[in-house]
Design a protein around this ligand. Structure first.
Ligand SMILES: Nc1ncnc2c1ncn2[C@@H]1O[C@H](COP(=O)(O)OP(=O)(O)OP(=O)(O)O)[C@@H](O)[C@H]1O
Ligand SMILES: O=P(O)(O)OC[C@H]1O[C@H](OP(=O)(O)OP(=O)(O)O)[C@H](O)[C@@H]1O
Ligand SMILES: [Mg+2]
Length: 287
């Protein structure tokens, strides 16, 4: 039975579970359920703290897990990404009170040398300092609400997850320097582990959800002499389906198009004479 770790709390929990549900797996009904068996799919789900997931997967106790790239890197666990899920995107950045942040932005990484840095992700900060050959006066590990650490005098700068930037702005802090990393939810397995048919099936199902979420199916009718122009607008993934219509001189075209471009493509198709343009959602797919 495939054993998969799923975040039980926090920003990743709900979107990860929703994606697994969309991929046809049973998901828990109550937030207190910690283990759930899905006998139809021969899978067992373990609902764990997102921060711990890379440790379980890296140790080989679980076959795969969903966690954040930042949490994976911070853990130092022997686990690797096998699929990017595009959920819960965030950057991981240094920040400081506005005037200091501007000064540090000009100095580059060496400006961090000798400062006290507070973070919930000390592993990432340590690695960043080592990579740039600089030493901090102290790395202060905190559980959360890191933004307050400077005001309370335990740190000079912080390193934290930034999504909208609202929390930083409210604390009077500004980011400086390039993001240390760009994070999102990822599917991980033990580094170098051999893949299995069951794990490949999970990956294919999740890929199917990603495609179903980001593409729609577009159908339209167009005169034969315009079909070449039309299919350059809707090239599909491999090639669009073109079928004859009962009315001579017209064909029907069917192609997948990126969801975010659908309205613009419909406008462009209309301009070149396409009619009966229909867009439908894709519920699932294997490409
Ligand atoms: N606004 C956000 N705040 C925190 N983490 C976020 C945010 N957006 C995305 N993430 C990602 O979620 C993961 C952190 O999840 P985790 O459950 O540890 O913290 P959390 O969402 O802040 O929950 P909590 O602090 O309530 O425990 C990381 O991979 C992080 O990049
Ligand atoms: O850029 P934003 O959209 O403001 O989101 C980022 C903030 O959200 C998280 O804190 P959270 O609310 O999880 O509290 P915590 O610090 O106690 O974990 C994170 O640690 C940042 O503080
Ligand atoms: Mg948090």
């Amino acid at each position: 039975m495939l054993r998969i770790a799923v975040p039980n709390k926090g920003s990743l929990s709900e979107p990860a579970s929703a994606m697994l549900h969309e991929a046809g797996y049973r998901q828990r009904k109550h937030s207190k359920e910690l283990v759930l068996t899905d006998p139809d799919n021969n899978v067992e789900f373990f609902f764990l703290r997102p921060r711990d997931i890379a440790i379980y997967v890296g140790s080989g106790r679980l076959d795969a897990g969903i966690t954040g790239r930042d949490l994976l890197m911070d853990s130092g666990a022997e686990a690797e990404e096998i699929l990017q899920l595009g959920l819960a995107p965030a950057t991981f950045r240094y920040a400081a009170p506005a005037p200091i942040a501007r000064e540090l932005a000009e100095q580059g990484k060496k400006g961090l040398a000798g400062l006290r840095v507070a973070s919930s992700y000390i592993g990432i900060v340590q690695r960043d300092f080592a990579e740039h050959g600089i030493e901090a006066a102290a790395l202060v590990k905190l559980d959360g609400a890191v933004e307050t650490a400077i005001q309370l005098g335990v740190a000079d700068v912080i390193a934290d997850v930034v999504e909208t930037g609202t929390t930083l702005a409210q604390a009077g802090l500004e980011v400086f320097g390039e993001p240390i990393l760009r994070s999102e939810a990822v599917l991980i397995r033990r580094a170098g582990a051999e893949t299995s048919p069951a794990l490949e099936q999970l990956v294919r199902r999740l890929q199917g959800v990603l495609v179903a979420r980001s593409y729609v199916m577009m159908d339209y009718d167009i005169r034969v002499e315009r079909v070449e122009a039309a299919v350059t607008l809707t090239p599909g993934l491999e090639s669009p389906t073109v079928s004859p219509l009962h009315n001579e001189g017209w064909v029907a075209v069917r192609a997948m198009v990126p969801r975010k471009n659908a309205q613009q493509i419909m406008d462009d198709l209309w301009e070149i004479g396409a009619r009966a343009i229909l867009v439908t959602g894709i519920h699932a797919c294997r490409l």
